[in-house]
Every structure is written in C-alpha cells, then in structure tokens.
Design a protein around this ligand. Sequence first.
Ligand code: SF4
Length: 202
Amino acid sequence: MKILIHACCAPCLTYPLRELRTKSSDISVFCYNPNVQPFLEYEMRRDCLTKYCEKQGVTFVEGAYDFERFFQDVVFREQARCSICYKLRLTEAAKYAQRENYDYFTTTLLVSPYQEHGALRDIGQSIGQKYDVPFLYRDFRTGWRHTTSVSRELGLYRQKYCGCLYSEKERFRQKFPPQSQNKSDHREPDKLDDKTARQKKG
Ligand code: SF4
C-alpha cells in the first residue's frame, strides 16, 4: 500500500508516520505549504522536515513555494481562510498522489487540535473523490502529546504560529487591540478571537 503524507512540519509528522508505518512500508512525505510566511519561516520548517525524513528513511518531496496562490485564494475571504488553505494544500497533494500512483493520501494537519478537524476530513474526502485517490482519514489528535514530547526530545524546530501572516499577526494579538486595527481589515473582532488558538501550532 503506497501512502503519501502531506506534511506541514516535522513535529506534526512524528505521530502519523509512526502510526502509518504499522500499515505500510511504502510511505512518502509531501511538503506543499505556501501558506507559511515569510520565506525564512518556511525554510526553517522545510529544512527540519527534510532532515527528519532523511533520518527516518522516508522519501521527501517538496512542492512549489507559490505563496502568491495562497494570497490570491484568500484575500477578501479571510474569514474562511483555513478551509481555503486546506483545500489548496490537499489538492496539490492529491494531484501528486494521482500522478505518482499512490493508493492513499493523508495529512499531518489531522494531528493538531488547533486545526478545524471536521473541515479537514470533509475537504480531504471530497478532494480524494475528485482526483480518484482515497483520502486516508484518521483522528491523529490522540497523538498530539506524542508529537510534542518527541519533538522536544529530538530538538525539532517548533513553530510559534500556524503559518500564514494572519496567524503570525494574531500571535501578537495583545499588541494589536481592536481599536488599533487597520480599517481595511474587515474581519469582526470576535471572529479574530475564534482563530487565536491556531496561532500556537500547526
Ligand atoms: S491559520 Fe493556519 S490553517 Fe488557517 S489559513 Fe493560516 S496557515 Fe492556513
């Protein structure tokens, strides 16, 4: 069984990789994360992921860092940005899986309690049907503690915010109270607060 894991970062890969290795010995990791900005942050996550894959002996594939696509999709739809972001990344993973004849594809985003888990599952399944590669859904959130302890133990790079510049801004939320927000930011303050939890980790 050939499985492609879309991976956002090394810490989030640790648990899904361990679990899926009990089902398959033919696993590759696909890094497509144009949602991660700025570039140096992307590079730190990507480099750590590359090294972890090398140590684990799994094939690592990097997609394009076309962050322009992320903004073209998200701007003026910021409130729905996470679903748009999942769709963008999982579509590229499914396309690659289809082209390279994988039996399944999945994502490390399923390990994070800070992501919109139900939306991820639904989007993954829908994209899987569209590209005729089944989305391997698992509730990997049970392994969240594993990811944090293993990544500390191995000294893996642990990001301070989810990825996009919006989440990077929310990381410093207290420095940007609602009254000082730029008027061009149309999102309601309470909606901004809903997303604050995802500032912490992928
Ligand atoms: S908060 Fe995270 S999941 Fe949501 S759009 Fe930004 S990078 Fe993507």
